[in-house]
Design a protein around this ligand. Structure first.
Ligand code: FAD
Length: 433
């Protein structure tokens, strides 16, 4: 079986950026054989949240390459040039393209790597391959839509699988109910709910706000309850000094900070990324509620300072037991459908790597995103998008993607060169004996 230098799980922005870096390095100093495995049938970037009017929340200059190599073929600007829209885009006078356009840019970049990406295969596990006393290789197992299992061998692995929908405990009893959807499935499933009268949107972030506005525009006579524990919807702070936390050198700062103090930094800036929609969106929602007041109707409700305590699926709807934190009382409400905009968790890589856990210590990573392992474990395993705790809030975003891939590629090169040296040393020794 062919042995790859690197297999990447997932082919979202993180691994596309890595493919570009490796391709550009290949031409200079890094002839690595790499391959990617993506579970979606073709490239798509958060397809179920591709809402009309949704815009990027970072500058287009934080694309797949610019901060690492502004002269790359793969810049957003070169994409615009190739699509013959550069001058029209300039006339828009914006740093924030629509999410639809950025998806098209990412798809354009991804298409350059069709020869080394298997779409429609979900990686199900990664197994250790022993050679003597050492784990020398990894066996990556994936399943396609016909349930056929594929196996590939690799010397190193990069896991870039994004987030998996987070379902808080109180919603676990209803999670499988057809009337309950997570924002991750929003566009695919909301059409089935065109007949509903009352819908709850749970969450205080960008997705909850976008979904509230989308439902308001999509279904005229529906009643939407926007439910959150917070007292108000706070805007994301993208002012320049705060935004410096997304600069690449801030990653060094966070990583070099003692572990106990990292949490303080993450806490201080948590609102730059979580539970913090764009101001313009907040103003749109405010206007919806204001226009209700003008019209003297009470269609949608903003249930702020409300915590969902219990949920239950009933024949007449989904029952919520809510704790009104302002008045310290409980109330019961029934909804025809529920949208959970409750975010993502990012530790699913631990399930994929479960067979390797005895070798991976505590799954901590070094500065180059490589998981620390026992000495007999030779393959390098890198994580992208799952290192917020050690590398800072930019880890799950696009901000540092381009530069991060250069750091990973450099470490990968060291691993490849080391293994080549070991191999040639072994062949010299065996020739002499
Ligand atoms: C709606 C939405 C909007 C966002 N907008 C912005 C923004 O404007 N700016 C910003 O900086 N960040 C934004 N983000 C954050 C987002 O995480 C990053 O933009 C970016 O998508 C991270 O790229 P990634 O490749 O690490 O993860 P993802 O984009 O999530 O890609 C992971 C890929 O791995 C695949 N995969 C998962 N499991 C497997 C498996 N077992 N086998 C094979 N393939 C698998 C998935 O199908 C997916 O294609 C947004 C997130 C969401 C949800």
């Amino acid at each position: 079986m062919k042995i790859f230098d690197l297999i990447g799980i997932g082919f979202g922005p993180s691994n596309i950026a890595l493919a570009i870096t490796l391709e550009e390095k290949k031409q200079v100093d890094c002839p690595a054989e790499f391959f990617f495995i993506e579970k979606q049938p073709s490239f798509a970037w958060h397809a179920n949240m591709m809402l009309d009017n949704a815009h990027m929340q970072v500058s287009f200059l934080k694309d797949l390459v610019t901060t690492r190599n502004p002269a790359s073929h793969f810049t957003f600007i070169n994409y615009l040039h190739e699509k013959r829209r550069l001058q029209d885009f300039i006339n828009l006078k914006t740093f924030f393209p629509s999410r639809r356009e950025f998806n098209d840019y990412l798809a354009w970049a991804a298409a350059h790597f069709d020869h080394c990406c298997a779409y429609g295969e979900e990686v199900i596990e990664v197994l250790p391959e022993k050679l003597g006393d050492e784990i020398a290789l990894l066996r990556v197992r994936s399943r396609d839509k016909w349930q056929v299992v594929h196996e590939r061998l690799t010397r190193s692995l990069v896991v870039s699988i994004g987030g998996q929908p987070r379902i808080p405990d109180c919603f676990v009893p209803i999670r499988e109910d057809a009337r309950v959807l997570h924002s991750n499935d929003y566009l695919k499933r909301i059409k089935q709910h065109a007949h509903v009268r009352k819908i709850a949107v749970v969450g205080a972030g960008q997705s909850a706000s976008e979904i509230f506005m989308d439902l308001h525009q999509r279904f005229n006579s529906i009643q939407i309850d926007l439910i959150m524990r917070a007292r108000s919807i706070k805007p994301s702070d993208d002012s320049p000094f705060v935004n410096e936390i997304f600069n690449t050198d801030f990653t060094d700062f966070v990583f070099n900070t003692p572990v106990q103090e990292r949490e303080t930094i993450l806490g201080e800036f948590w609102h730059t990324n979580y539970a913090a929609p764009d101001l313009v969106l907040i103003e749109q929602i405010y206007n919806v509620f204001y226009q209700q007041k003008v019209a003297g109707i009470n269609q949608h409700r903003f249930l702020r300072r409300h915590a969902v305590r219990k949920t239950k699926a009933q024949s007449d709807g989904i029952q919520f037991t809510l704790h009104d934190l302002n008045n310290d009382c409980e109330k019961t409400l029934i909804y025809d459908a529920v949208v959970l905009a409750t975010g993502y968790h990012r530790d699913h890589y631990k399930s994929l790597l479960a067979p390797l856990m005895p070798y991976l210590k505590d799954c901590s990573v070094n500065r180059q995103y490589r998981i620390n392992s026992v000495p007999s474990f030779k393959p390098a395993i890198f994580l992208q998008g799952a290192c917020e705790g050690s590398h800072g809030l930019s880890d799950t975003l696009l901000s540092v993607t381009a530069v991060r891939t250069a750091e990973i590629a450099q470490e990968l090169m060291n691993v490849i060169n080391q293994s080549k040296n070991n191999q040639s040393q072994r062949s010299v020794t065996s020739a002499l004996t």
